[in-house]
Design a protein around this ligand. Sequence first.
Ligand SMILES: Cc1cc2nc3c(=O)[nH]c(=O)nc-3n(C[C@H](O)[C@H](O)[C@H](O)COP(=O)(O)OP(=O)(O)OC[C@H]3O[C@@H](n4cnc5c(N)ncnc54)[C@H](O)[C@@H]3O)c2cc1C
Length: 545
Amino acid sequence: MSTPTSTRTRSHWGWGFADRFPDGAARANLGKLLGARLGFEGLSVAEPVPLDAATIREPRIQPPSHSAALCSSALTERASHCYGKNYRDLIRAFSGRFENAPDIVARPTTEAQIAPLLDWASSEGVAVIPFGGGTSVCGGVEGDVGDRYRGVLSLDLTGLDRVLELDDCSRLARIQAGATVPQINRALGTHGLALRHYPQSYELATLGGYIATRSGGHYATLYTHIDELVAGTRMLTPSGVFETRCLPGSGAGPSPDRLVCGSEGILGVITEAWIRIQAKPIFRGQASVHFSSFSNAVEAVRAVAQSGLNPANCRLLDPREAALNMVAFDGSAVLILAFESASQPIEALLRQALAIATAYEGRCPDGPRLRTTRAGDPDEGASGGEGAAKSWRQAFLDAPYLLNVCVSLGVIADTFETAVTWKRFAAFHEGVIARVRAAMKEACGMGRISCRFTHVYPDGPAPYYTFLAPARRGAEIEQWMAIKSAAGKAVVDLGGTITHHHAVGRVHRPDYDRQRPELFARALSAARRAVDPAGIMNPGVLIDG
Ligand SMILES: Cc1cc2nc3c(=O)[nH]c(=O)nc-3n(C[C@H](O)[C@H](O)[C@H](O)COP(=O)(O)OP(=O)(O)OC[C@H]3O[C@@H](n4cnc5c(N)ncnc54)[C@H](O)[C@@H]3O)c2cc1C
């Protein structure tokens, strides 16, 4: 099943497509609105440095002749594979600074084209960075590999974008790693099936990237991570093929798939996977519950998470987050609840969840909204909806484009996310907010931080924080570093994980190293030596190269 790719031009520096970047006048107006809402004075509009005026090093190596037709050292290719998409990546690219750019970008379209490239890189001492959608927010695709390597090859997997096989009987599909969810769902949609995994980056991120980073999708409970949907994997390593059996479950020792999930490109190139797919939902329902007290809202979410009802969406927005996302402006925290099912009405489940939530002094001004869709209706992505849920969904989809605008207006805007037990949450949250506010004050004079729960478990939430602070032009990276490192340190000091779903990459390494057991790092290094003796695969991510 072929999956046609988009022909729109990607921004050379920011998130997404170039045609979504507003012109200077529109950005100036947005700057006035944003400045008034955030209390940041004097925001001014800057323009991105055009690519032909950018600073980028000359390529240090030539591609091997056997693969020359797949490879390019063109400026546009190397610049667009230089960074992921966190604030530091965006501001560097916006300012025309393409540090650590890859020397070569290879775009294989078949799996057979990959092994010769890995052989060549192993013998020549060239670092290889698997590149999916390039939406990493933790430095996962940057060629910052140290000087042990002669050069860097960015291996773009988006040419491997097909659904190869459908096992309708077992509800499984064998899918190539470079496919995006829209591509996959166009191919599966004709069969009434879908991959129900919608991270906010789903327009551009790829299946291989999801697996390599253990991404978190739109399901707030149960199937939160891509891991739950992976039934088998195939990875090309410099030492050969690492392929697991496609199974519904297995107790045969430590799971080889679990080694692949979260490997972040350090063990090999994931080329395809067997993925659990689902019938497209028909019955949907949602409601939003407003709370005057954030701690009541947290207790309500805990009760819902522990009820066994397992809503598809259970996002709690604190008052700042609710205002930023145009969901509520009266200081309320808002819980967005949604259920979806392909087989049965969900009204009773939604009403039970609502009854639990409203018992904590929650109000549901609009009542529950129920919808039934038909098989031929367009895919609504994460949840569709009306009212507050609709505002939330639109803001959710537009937020990455707003980041581009923030960069141009001189606003530092980024996020960090974690998970922590319910028992620890209150003290954790207070401590994180205090420490990040102090860091913003010191680095930028002021700043705003807001929180939402992206996923919830019976034993704890996954809080996701957004910070916004006024930048000093030219000093943005130092300011961002000060805030980001204070956040990482606070999260791990106070008992959370350095990441719930954004992965470790290079940015989270210092705090990941404090969190993971030392013996585990040694075991992972040994596994890496077995599959990649020359240490060429994405050096510096997760463990030292
Ligand atoms: C606006 C925005 C919103 C986001 N929202 C979410 C969200 O809701 N949930 C979430 O989990 N994440 C989110 N992310 C983070 C990011 O989208 C995820 O980490 C995603 O899984 C990365 O996929 P990708 O294809 O873009 O991978 P890339 O960014 O290209 O790569 C990420 C890492 O995976 C490795 N890799 C990629 N493909 C392969 C492969 N085939 N084989 C081996 N290694 C590979 C890379 O080497 C790198 O280490 C968001 C990012 C942005 C910018």
